[in-house]
Design a binder for this molecule. Structure first.
Ligand code: NAD
Length: 262
């Protein structure tokens, strides 16, 4: 975990989408932004995770402004979650999007065999949702703002097994660049963090994840894995006044693995 960041985000109002449990990257980000002085609103996907997310929200240093249901495939829930968060926070300065899903049967095996419905589901949840949320947050970001999403190297390289999620991450990074252009005039910045492998619920759905993560850790320039706290520190940078001219960027937080060719 990085150093003392007291006050860096004083008064900032943050909507964080993608907390499922204490291992979620979004939760590490929520804690870090809270430590930096921000007020947080969280969402949860379905009743199964509501209790966990509410319990986590209570451990923040200041009470979460709101804990709201949100399935990003449901337009009405998108409307209600963003409106509810903006209402509770009194506006929005930061949106963190840390959401991805593909069916287990569409990961592993050959990408060539991905069916249309599995493709559409993965792209809808993991990529289009960023555009849908950004569009809804934009009118509430009247003092400018920062939008941060979570990507992975499979957006840029073929990672066998990651398959349709790689395509979704490519789309996500393209959406980041287009949103940066669309929202730039309002001083709303849009960036992605391309994180190295970390053991979370979503990661467990990827066949052979653990072996792959160990192999990647050995081959990074820094010869180690990364932590969710390190991703959270980079998110804090992108949400803070330290990055006011950074937009349309994909920042790798992967101990340098993306730089390697062998
Ligand atoms: P996680 O399982 O903790 O988080 C994924 C979140 O997506 C969950 O909160 C889940 O509820 C949410 N989600 C899925 N479908 C949804 C839907 N229809 N509506 C609303 N929410 C939905 O796992 P994580 O690893 O923290 O994943 C967060 C982000 O980080 C994802 O975009 C993931 O691809 C990305 N990422 C993860 C890794 C890794 O190794 N874990 C590496 C790079 C990028």
């Amino acid at each position: 975990m990085g150093g003392n960041v007291n006050g860096l985000l004083d008064g900032k109002r943050c909507l964080i989408v993608g907390v499922a449990n204490k291992r979620s990257i979004a939760w590490a980000i929520a804690r870090r932004l809270d430590e930096a002085g921000a007020t947080i609103a969280l969402t949860y996907q379905g009743e199964r995770t509501e209790g966990d997310v509410r319990a986590l929200a209570e451990t923040l240093s200041r009470p979460a402004a709101a804990v709201l249901p949100l399935d990003v495939q449901d337009d009405d829930e998108m409307d209600a979650a963003v409106a509810g968060a903006a209402d509770a926070l009194g506006g929005i300065d930061v949106l963190v999007h840390a959401v991805a899903f593909a069916r287990a049967e569409d990961l592993g095996g050959r990408f060539a065999d991905t069916p249309r419905d599995g493709f559409e589901l993965a792209l809808d949840v993991s990529a289009f949702s960023l555009a849908g949320l950004a569009r809804r947050c934009e009118p509430h970001m009247t003092d400018g703002g920062s939008i941060v999403t979570l990507s992975y190297l499979a957006a840029e390289r073929a990672v066998p097994g990651y398959n349709v999620m790689g395509v979704a991450k490519s789309a996500l990074e393209s959406i980041v660049r287009l949103l940066a252009w669309d929202l730039g005039p309002q001083q709303i910045r849009v960036n992605a963090l391309s994180a190295g492998p970390v053991r979370t619920l979503a990661a467990r759905g990827i066949p052979g994840f653990s072996d792959m993560a160990d192999k990647i850790a050995e081959r990074t320039p820094m010869r180690r894995a990364i932590s969710t706290d390190e991703v959270a520190d980079a998110a804090l940078y992108l949400c803070s006044p330290l990055s006011t001219a950074v937009t349309g960027e994909t920042l790798h937080v992967d101990a340098g693995y993306h730089a390697m060719g062998l």
